[in-house]
Design a protein around this ligand. Sequence first.
Ligand code: NAP
Length: 563
Amino acid sequence: MTYLITQACCNDASCVSVCPVNCIHPTPDEPAFMSAEMLYIDPDTCIECAACVDECPVDAIKLDTDLAESDSRYLTINASYFEQNPIDPDDFPMEPKSRRGDFSGLRVAIVGSGPAASYAAAEVLRHRGAEVDMYERLLTPYGLIRSGVAPDHQGTKAITALYRDTMSKPSFHLHLGIEIGRDLSHLELLEHHSAVIYAVGASGDQRLRIDGEDLPGSHAATEFVAWYNGHPDYADAEFDLSGERAVIVGNGNVALDVARILVSDPDALDRTDIADHALSTLRNSNICEVVILGRRGPAQAAYTNSEFHALTQLPGIDVVVDPREVTLDEHTRALIDGGDASAAVRLKAELAAELGQRAVADDRKRIVFRYLVSPTEIVGDARATGVHVVRNSLVLDDAGVARAVAGEDGEFIEAGLVLRSIGYRGTGIADVPFDPKRGVIPNANGRVIDPGSGDVVGGVYTTGWIKRGPSGGIGTNKKCARDTVDLLLDDFGNGRLGPVTARGDLETLIAERQPKAVDFAGWNRIDTAERQAGGERGRPRVKFVSLESMAEAARAIDSASAR
Ligand code: NAP
């Protein structure tokens, strides 16, 4: 018997440090960690002690004998990683840097409240005497866990229990409803804290820059995701689902999430925390086919194998691949045949080839994967009616990366909805350095730098997607945060961070600038009200989607206890 890691893996590596035999890889100190699709357990080394099972925040670790039929593929997914990356017995998991001493006087402002921010807070608060003030412009915390992770992935959302533990500490102060650059300035934050960590993620989206992109019916997938997840900025967005086909450009995990939600049984979604407005629109949807366009081949697809495989197990949905499109380019074929392709790349090619052989029913909803095609125009007069695509071939660039190059052949794909799912993009904050080309805050391993001089900007740090760009799983942010906080602690220890004002001065300033800010107790009241409303309908929660209703829920018990 052995334990295995399955689809829900969050990559935060909580399991790694509790494994007594070092059988979970890649560990955060291995180079492969930051780009790993998931973590894997070596079946030959696992001693079935179950320490990792207890530690996993998202319930992703299963005993092989308990695997559902649909998960049996994880036997090979876990084992094949170690065929290529055998364990070096001298390698041991990264131990947290142990620091002694008193960190009293260290008050860190963290801007943002998603995974990157929450892991950074946890890292700071491991140190005696340190305090964290977290600032979030919305009235709810957890960033993309609440407004990005798909509602049918409730297991992944369970990771918020970890963040909640951090937020419950007495040395942690939550300030929801405060926007930096509007309510407080960057300079004010610096004045009242020893250091500021920007962990604001990447809330913008990338553009295709083709004709027709702004037609009604053509949207960013990031908006669609925010809409079905009840993000207050997108609660009034409208998506026309009256056509029978939707096209999604890009084949990362966001594209897969969106495709799945578009064809899922609304009754199944009714058991999730999907926003009510989205559920009622989806109940009236005519969409029965979603076409996902990848500009490169199946081996270069941006989705992870675990998400792709999970899609193929959806009840009532066919996943369709044209066998003619899974023929690998020469270069990839040579890598696979020569044993030089990673296990993840080999599996991508295998899974797509297998699907190419699968029979498809005419009367079922379907998700169609197209490879080696790029959109050249979104077509339509008053609104989008389809997409012109061109067929690509792959050419190696100077760095040996296979790039898509457009050819002559093309076709028109009719569609009533076009979603571009080609990545998130970071946006700048007033007075904080920003690299508009990459959409990140320029930094050296997390210390913010002035883009002009290259000098470190004292007391200013960054972590997560706004530090390194929008890639990686939730748990990738844990190592990223640790790297940043390690530098911050070094700087504090070396006297590079200034003294802070009295806490009372900070509290007075916050109360003056944003009297409606909500604290952790207020968030708990919102959370409880949402869960109670969910409980009545057999759902995990029913989300508030307007700021007014959230603010009212945050105040509710206060006024009740005042009566
Ligand atoms: P992503 O993984 O970076 O995928 C972006 C996709 O857009 C790629 O297929 C890319 O193709 C394509 N693309 C980019 N520019 C394009 C263009 N001009 N024309 C056509 N295609 C273009 O981004 P994402 O899906 O937004 O995901 C962001 C991160 O969140 C990823 O790390 C993802 O794994 C993670 N995430 C994870 C989950 C999960 O675990 N369930 C769910 C959602 C998101 P190329 O590869 O050719 O560049």
